[in-house]
Design a protein around this ligand. Structure first.
Ligand SMILES: *Cc1c(COP(=O)(O)O)cnc(C)c1O
Length: 365
């Protein structure tokens, strides 16, 4: 026991010991959304249908939580293979969200000279994980219409020899699906692993999963988060078994908890509710996009996701005006020059979308 203030001297220790690039970071800020219409995080806005909820409750009641989970998640992996037609000849690894898989893949390929390459703007966790793992990150700007700059990507691949390339397909935060031909060109040119991140697969209906046998350097990454299971934290990656064997060495032995494994297996036993909700979201996306395009000064970009990215005269003013009306969206202004004055709006329920549109009509008459 002593009389020192708690933590006294810690600041000096931190300054001496923590890597400067980590001290310079700010932690990923999750916006407080209590009581707000939440259209900022690409969540599915619909509750579970009754039948799915009953299956979930029955499955969770059976889980022996005094025991460690199945470390490899064998039952859930078998269920995912059946549900998403993942062929047995490819390896499959589960993650605590696809965020964890991005961390595992990046840490596995990081090294003193290893480079990560990704288009910009794209999912911020790619670059963050490069920094965490001490991997050199190279960003290649998209074209002003948010398409891949194929020539610039190929030139960067030739110059940097990246061990790892991340392509979000479709892309977040821009919402567009890159041209498959450009992705193929990158797969052919890249000397390292190319992760095709299909977080929005359910809304794009385009995939590289069926192309795995063509490319030894292709990994397809998926998540259950955007289709109604964000709270469960489950992602999966599919690639040649040789890749998955290495990633399994980097994985914590019990990275996906027993409740999540049982819940996802029960929820995908019948996937009609997922398809139904995804199709309702796509229909609302069309309606919302058309209505937003009529706002004064708005440019709405084509979306293959469950969100809409649009440019306005003054995005920050509209963002603040929406927040004052208890509606939370994402302000992309200041993220990257290409998203100046852009907002990213997650597609909500019809009622939520009407609330958003009414507020926007007041703010952008
Ligand atoms: C949301 C998102 C993820 C992360 O998903 P989790 O499984 O919830 O960690 C990964 N990639 C992209 C492109 C995303 O938009």
């Amino acid at each position: 026991m002593n009389d020192r203030a708690p933590g006294a001297g810690a600041a000096e220790l931190v300054a001496a010991l923590v890597r400067p690039e980590i001290r310079a970071l700010s932690a990923y800020a999750v916006a407080k959304a209590d009581g707000m219409v939440k259209l900022d995080a690409m969540e599915n806005p619909y509750p579970l249908p009754k039948a799915a909820k009953s299956r979930l409750e029955a499955a969770l009641a059976q889980v022996p939580i005094n025991r460690y989970p199945d470390g490899g998640g064998d039952a859930l992996r078998a269920a995912l293979r059946r549900a998403f037609a993942i062929p047995d000849e490819f390896g499959l690894i589960l993650g605590n969200g696809s965020d964890e898989l991005i961390q595992i893949i990046t840490a596995t390929l990081a090294g003193p000279d290893a480079v990560m390459l990704a288009p910009e703007p794209s999912f911020v966790m790619y670059r963050m994980n490069a920094l965490h793992s001490g991997m050199r990150y190279v960003g290649v700007s998209l074209k002003p219409d948010f398409g891949l700059d194929r020539a610039a990507m190929l030139a960067a691949i030739e110059r940097e020899h990246p061990a790892l390339v991340y392509l979000a397909y479709p892309n977040n935060p821009t919402g567009n699906l890159f041209a498959a031909r450009d992705v193929e060109a990158i797969l052919r040119a890249a000397p390292g692993l190319v992760v095709v991140d299909e977080a929005y697969y359910a809304f794009a209906e385009a995939t590289f999963l069926s192309r795995l046998s063509e490319f030894a350097n292709l990994l397809v990454l998926r998540t259950m988060s955007k289709v109604g299971m964000a709270g469960l934290r489950l992602g999966y990656a599919v690639a040649a078994p040789e890749w998955i064997a290495e990633f399994n060495k980097m994985r914590q032995p019990y990275n996906v908890n027993a409740l999540t494994q049982a819940a996802v297996a029960a929820l995908i036993a019948d996937r009609s509710w997922i398809a139904g909700q995804a199709s309702a979201i796509r229909a609302e996306r069309t309606r919302l996009g058309a209505a937003l395009a009529r706002l004064h000064g708005a440019t709405v970009y084509a979306s293959a996701t469950n969100f809409i990215t649009l440019r306005l005269d003054d995005a920050t003013r509209v963002f603040e005006g929406l927040r004052a009306r208890r509606i939370l969206v994402k302000n992309l202004h200041g993220w990257h020059p290409l998203t100046a004055n852009c907002l990213r709006i997650t597609v909500g329920t019809p009622t939520e979308n009407d609330q958003l549109l009414a507020a926007c009509a007041e703010l952008c008459p």
